[in-house]
Design a binder for this molecule. Structure first.
Ligand code: GLA
Length: 394
């Protein structure tokens, strides 16, 4: 669905559920892809994501009271969830997807922001849920922006990103890093964000893909972050860090160079934890090199590092699986492909590839054919554009 169609559908539903369109405003928050730097953000490492032009829309209206009404065209369509602000305590299964919306209110209250006004909203996204393009972080940031607007809260986009991560960690129960919310809240058209997750210092890096397309390949394998092995990876890295701390003074794996890691790796007791830490350290280093390559206009080197990243996520971090491997490994064999890798948490979701314009058609056909033959259903393959962060749409 494009922007105009979404707007029309939202207006129809809004009028039907909430009476009239008077005072209703359209908000948007993007999704994201991560170009490189995967599973480094909860290890104090670097990430290099960008916001995309697909995302989540809300048609919303401020309420004079403290009621929150949420309706989605994607999830439990047609059902209006109702909650009073002071009823929001903790994650509840029956709140379904609105746990994200409620959690953001709780995050704001927990952190000293005053939220007195609720809202009526209808929400619709054009990033597939569970696709690894951060539909949940997009929703969190979107709700953060709506709450800010309707409660005149003095809070920056960076802080909204942090509150989104707080919600994931404390309300939803996923020990995720800050990458997704940061990429979404701070997105900038045609730029990626080079973020040091240890300090939250960041730079915008222009991404000039003239002559190329950034392709998204969706495995169409559904995955829920909280029922995935994500928290297990976080735990494995934490254990590896604990072992390393017995022989060296560090606070995060992201502080280590690969040489330093290799010297101390034997102090990590469990061989599985050792592999996980190895990925975190080398991936962090690759991310630095990839940004350098991009600054030097060396797209070939950037692509090579993307491929290496996938291999490390496949062999050492073990978060790819047959679907993502089929996509990336097939892409590597095709003409005009600069690089390809999984993006996001893994375990399903999406892979990305940088592909020469003239090769895109053949690429799409071949990837679709090979994947369908091997996996038994088709992937979705399309070009993405790097877009801006969240906001109100006039
Ligand atoms: C998910 C998390 C992020 C990050 C990635 C992996 O998207 O939400 O914080 O850890 O996985 O890089």
């Amino acid at each position: 669905m494009n922007h105009q169609e979404i707007k029309k559908n939202l207006e129809k539903e809004f009028e039907e559920k909430y009476g009239s369109l008077e005072g209703a405003e359209l908000f948007f928050a993007p999704g994201r892809v991560n170009l490189i730097g995967e599973h480094t953000d909860y290890n104090g490492g670097r990430v290099f994501p960008c916001a995309i032009t697909f995302g989540t829309y809300a048609l919303a209206r401020k309420r004079p009271d403290d009621l929150i009404h949420c309706d989605s065209l994607n999830m439990d369509p047609g059902k209006v969830f109702e909650k009073r602000i002071d009823e929001i305590v903790e994650f509840e299964e029956e709140d379904s997807w609105t746990n994200y919306a409620n959690g953001m209110v709780k995050a704001m209250l927990d952190n000293g922001y005053e939220v007195a006004h609720g809202y009526d909203a209808v929400i619709c996204g054009n990033i597939p849920v569970g696709s690894g393009l951060s539909s949940s972080a997009s929703l969190l940031v979107l709700i953060g922006c709506i709450l800010r607007e309707y409660n005149s809260i003095d809070v920056t986009n960076e802080r909204i990103a942090w509150l989104g991560q707080y919600t994931e960690n404390h309300y939803i129960g996923v020990q995720s890093g800050i990458m997704d919310e940061f990429a979404i809240a701070m997105g900038k058209k045609d730029h990626a964000i080079y973020l040091d997750t240890a300090t939250l210092k960041f730079e915008y890096a222009p991404i000039d893909l003239t002559g190329y397309k950034l392709m998204i390949m969706n495995t169409n394998k559904k995955r829920g972050l909280h029922d995935s092995k994500y928290n297990e990876r976080v735990r494995e890295c934490t254990q590896a860090l604990h072992d390393l701390q017995k022989v060296m003074k560090i606070t995060a794996l992201g502080e280590l160079s690969s040489e330093e890691f290799e010297k101390a790796a034997d102090s990590i007791q469990d061989p599985v934890n050792r592999k996980r830490a190895k990925h975190a350290v080398y991936e962090n280093e690759r991310t630095k090199l990839a940004v350098e390559a991009l600054n030097a206009h060396d797209l070939a080197e950037f692509g090579r590092l993307m491929n290496e990243s996938h291999i490390s996520l496949r062999d050492d971090y073990e978060v790819t699986g047959m679907e993502l491997d089929t996509l990336a490994e097939t892409a590597w064999t095709l003409d005009g492909v600069v690089g390809a890798r999984m993006t996001g948490a893994g375990f399903g979701g999406c892979a990305i590839a940088i592909v020469k314009d003239e090769a895109v058609e053949a690429f799409t056909k071949k990837i679709t054919a090979v994947y369908t033959e091997k996996i038994g259903y088709a992937p979705s393959v399309y070009a993405a554009e790097i877009g801006d962060g969240p906001g109100r749409i006039a």
